[in-house]
Write a protein that binds this ligand. Structure first.
Ligand code: HEC
Length: 187
């Protein structure tokens, strides 16, 4: 090895180790880019374009009527298929859309989701109880509700009052209505 080669080698090793450190710090430091240091959750932008559609529910009548379209990140689907559970930092978004119906060549009274969004529900998996003093974190998740008027404010005051009661039937599946998401386990 001549002198020049050894200088090159030393410099590259130095640069590479720097890169490695940055990645390691980032992944350990950054729990979720949708959660700040105090556990404040924000609604991801453009998730319909960037995330995986897990499944949809159709609610025929009542305040929640319409389609409930559920999304998660592709990495969270991959992890679920491997581990059989949601990984730390996994995000689930449920968007409520109003529906319309009409007769089509496929059948009478066919329902489709129209352009009117009602609200968004978000859950973020937290395996280590990071925010014990924040009332929207607990039971293994961060919980949030966003209204269409303001995408930035979680209007849920306390997940125990605002969310948990209704999710009780899904308690044994980590509070998630898993039966609606075959994508997590099958092609
Ligand atoms: C009125 C009952 C009710 C309340 C209140 C409620 N949920 Fe749900 N949630 C459901 C049901 C039922 C489903 C699945 C079926 C559906 O959407 O109709 C669901 C699904 C979800 C999903 C999709 C993942 C899953 O579990 O299937 C998210 C995310 C979610 N809820 C978050 C929340 C959050 C956060 C709150 C509190 C701010 C909340 N929910 C309050 C009943 C409720």
């Amino acid at each position: 090895m001549n002198k020049l080669t050894s200088i090159y080698l030393t410099v590259s090793i130095f640069l590479l180790s720097g890169l490695n450190n940055t990645y390691a710090e980032n992944s350990e430091f950054e729990f979720s880019k949708f959660v700040d240091d105090n556990g404040v959750i924000s609604l991801p932008k453009d998730f319909r374009k960037t995330m995986t559609h897990l499944g949809s529910w159709f609610v025929p009548t009542g305040d929640a009527s319409g389609f409930h379209d559920v999304y998660t990140r592709q990495v969270d689907v991959n992890a679920y298929r491997k581990e059989g559970k949601f990984q730390d930092g996994a995000i689930i978004i449920k968007e409520l859309r109003a529906s319309s119906s009409a007769d089509y060549s496929t059948g009478a009274n066919v329902s489709f989701s129209n352009a009117s969004i009602k609200q968004w529900f978000v859950m973020i998996k937290d395996s280590t109880n990071r925010f014990p003093n924040n009332k929207n974190w607990g039971s293994g998740w961060g919980w949030a509700l966003f209204k269409t008027g303001n995408h930035n404010i979680n209007v849920s005051m306390d997940y125990k009052n605002d969310c948990l009661g209704c999710h009780f039937p899904a308690k044994n599946n980590d509070w998630v209505y898993i039966e609606g998401y075959p994508t997590l386990t099958k092609q």
